[in-house]
Ligand binder design. Structure first.
Ligand code: NAP
Length: 319
């Protein structure tokens, strides 16, 4: 009987040591039936040369380049804008993590923080600090329009959940889309329509050359005065200077921000202390180790048995 050797799958990560260790424990047992997962640092030269696929979480691109025969990398993150910039266009295909559990978690976060804004929680928290008993008028969800920018895996799930809660939901994507109970728009005119209707605007697009700075001064000026924002995508889509300016004129009434150009948000950043900003430490939809490992294992097992690489990032579009 001949023993078939299991392929070695490199794991590359420059994430914090705790996160790296959690993956280094979970991934080997998830892939154990068909592959051996090894940290990049433990690979032999032979293993580096024979690696066809690697699992990555914020990897050092120089180390990825040392794996000369890689066909693809499986990211443990849903947003892969850094990989798309760091890895050469003719380098390995980039497969991002698409986890239905993450879409569920994100849609729950979008509903939670939409309710936080809709039910005036920032105002009531401020009033409590002043011992001020002052009820505000309540709008029904059906009287409020939520704009969702990005109708991908996360945006569609969030838009559907918002609409199930009774909100009027408008969505925007690059290409034309149909989502039940969501008024879908696309293209430049579509963006203006969604911006001009929204009481609350939720940003759920990937960071690409086309979306960087997209919700800046001009876009914010197209919104209803007093619009409220939720950015759960990436910081640079909504430039901080434009946001602070729009908060200063009350064009934007409140912003819930989970993502920033620099993370962790530096302690001297004015957003921390702005009364109309809620700062969250990138927690709206964290990767869940158990479900992510199952998805990664299934992608790699299929590749080793059939040679099929999962759908990868379009390097020209950038997502
Ligand atoms: P996705 O499935 O790739 O969907 C992206 C959506 O954005 C698509 O609807 C796409 O349009 C649209 N889009 C892209 N570029 C556009 C442009 N230039 N103009 C208009 N629409 C554009 O991505 P996803 O899984 O929903 O994730 C979205 C982002 O969420 C990720 O890239 C990541 O940055 C972020 N994220 C954040 C967290 C967190 O914890 N804060 C967690 C996970 C992910 P088409 O449909 O026409 O392609």
């Amino acid at each position: 009987m001949t023993l078939i050797e299991k392929p070695v799958v490199p794991f590359l990560s420059e994430s914090d040591p705790g996160e790296r260790q959690a993956w280094q424990t979970a991934l080997p047992s998830a892939l154990a039936p068909f592959a051996i997962v090894k940290p990049f640092e433990d690979l032999t030269e032979n293993e580096k040369a024979s690696a066809r696929v690697a699992i990555v979480a914020n990897p050092d691109p120089k180390k990825v380049a040392e794996l000369e025969n890689l066909e693809w990398v499986q990211s443990l993150w849903a947003g892969v804008e850094r990989l798309a910039v760091d890895l050469p266009a003719d380098g390995p295909a980039i497969v991002r993590l698409t986890d239905p559990q993450m879409a569920e978690t994100m849609s729950e976060a979008v509903l939670a923080w939409t309710l936080y804004l809709h039910r005036d929680m920032p105002a009531y928290m401020a009033q409590q600090r002043q011992k001020l008993w002052l009820p505000h008028d309540l709008k029904l969800p059906s009287e409020m329009t939520i704009g969702v920018l990005g109708l991908g895996k996360l945006g569609q799930s969030a838009a559907t959940r918002l609409s199930a809660n009774g909100y009027v939901v408008n969505g925007w994507s690059r290409s034309e889309k149909t989502v039940p109970n969501v008024d879908c728009h696309h293209g430049d005119d579509g963006l203006k329509t969604v911006l001009s209707r929204a009481d609350i605007l939720v940003v759920l697009m990937p960071l690409t050359a086309a979306t960087k700075g997209l919700i800046g001064r001009d876009a914010l000026a197209c919104c209803k005065p007093g619009v409220k924002l939720i950015n759960f995508a990436r910081g640079p889509i909504l430039p901080e200077t434009s946001l602070l300016e729009a908060l200063g004129t009350d064009q934007v009434a409140h912003a819930v921000l989970d993502v920033f150009a620099t993370e962790p948000l530096p302690t001297d950043n004015p957003l921390w202390e702005h009364p109309n900003v809620t700062v969250l430490p990138h927690i709206s939809a964290p990767t869940i180790t158990a479900t992510a490992c199952a998805i990664v294992a299934s992608n790699l097992e299929r590749y080793f048995s059939s040679g099929k690489i999962p759908q990868s990032v379009d390097r020209i579009r950038g997502y």
